[in-house]
Design a protein around this ligand. Structure first.
Ligand SMILES: [Zn+2]
Length: 290
């Protein structure tokens, strides 16, 4: 029984904002990485206690480097390094720790979908964030269900919407207005830093308990983690804000636009085509200027 834990940093309890906590040079990055590793360890402990034989932790924020290897539970393997997010080790079930809600979610904390430029990402009209993208690629294309998710309260609601039987732990609750196209990309994270962070001991105990209950449930009733049906073929689409000043040197000064893919037999195919065109110069076949 191999569990893969997909991790991110924005949805970790105690993580306050993006520049100080979520960038490698940020003043509080070390504390954020430690908090993340504590939450991961709680999940690892819950999974092993419930019968996991193998746990792999995917160091998923940015291009990796957030999990503190020296603090990580010694039974867990660590998968890290630059890659396309859905690439991964074979596993039986998926879990999320430190996950944030999708772009545009009200009362979320540091909500975004891959990048602050994204306003709303959809596959076949269904709005998906990082959680939904990865969960559907694994469920629809690879028959791997998602059984547990920890993150802010809005993320746990988003997860239950897509996987009604999922087990969750909320680590904090955001108090922020949803942001639309009118918010510049460079202000998306700064406008979503208000949150109440739940008591730490309670959060870690809940992650351990709920992760264990999730795996026990999977072992007795794997069908209970079915996702909301999303039949193919698949087309991805999203609206993007103008490029933020931080990214302009890297990707160029791109205007507000809608990006649309062709039809694909797999969710992964649509996802990959979308992210291939994400930062390309607009062309009429894949982009509509807004
Ligand atoms: Zn992240």
């Amino acid at each position: 029984m191999h569990v893969l834990i997909v991790t991110d940093l924005e949805g970790v309890g105690g993580v306050l904002n993006y520049p100080d906590w979520c960038t490698p040079a940020g003043l509080r990055n070390e504390a954020g990485c430690r908090f993340l590793t504590e939450e991961v360890n709680a999940a690892v402990a819950g999974f092993f206690a419930a019968g996991a034989t193998e746990v792999t932790v995917d160091d998923g924020h940015g291009s990796g480097g957030s999990i503190r290897g020296e603090l990580l539970d010694g039974r867990a393997a660590l998968q890290r390094g630059s890659r396309v997010p859905p690439d991964q080790d074979p596993c039986d079930v998926l879990a999320f720790v430190g996950q944030h809600a999708k772009a545009g979610t009200p009362n979320a904390h540091l909500a975004h979908t891959q990048t602050p430029e994204a306003v709303d990402f959809r596959i076949n009209g269904v709005s998906l964030g990082d959680f939904g993208q990865i969960a559907y690629i694994n469920y629809n294309d690879r028959n791997i269900p998602t059984i547990f998710a920890a993150g802010d309260l809005a993320l746990t609601k988003e997860a239950k919407e897509l996987v009604p039987g999922i087990f969750t732990t909320a680590v904090k609750e955001g108090f922020n207005r949803p942001l639309d196209m009118s918010c510049p990309a460079g202000e998306v994270m700064a406008r979503q830093s208000a949150a109440v962070h739940y008591p730490r001991a309670q959060v870690l105990a809940s992650i351990r308990k709920e992760a264990g209950l999730a795996l026990q449930k999977y072992l007795s009733d794997p069908g209970s983690f079915a996702m909301k049906p999303l039949p193919g073929p698949y087309r991805a689409e999203a609206e993007y804000r103008a490029t933020s000043p931080r990214l302009i040197p890297l990707v160029g000064d791109l205007p507000p636009r809608r990006i649309t893919t062709g039809l694909h037999d797999t969710v992964d195919g649509a996802f990959r085509e979308f992210y291939y065109y994400e930062w390309r110069k607009p062309d009429p076949e894949h982009h509509t200027l807004l």
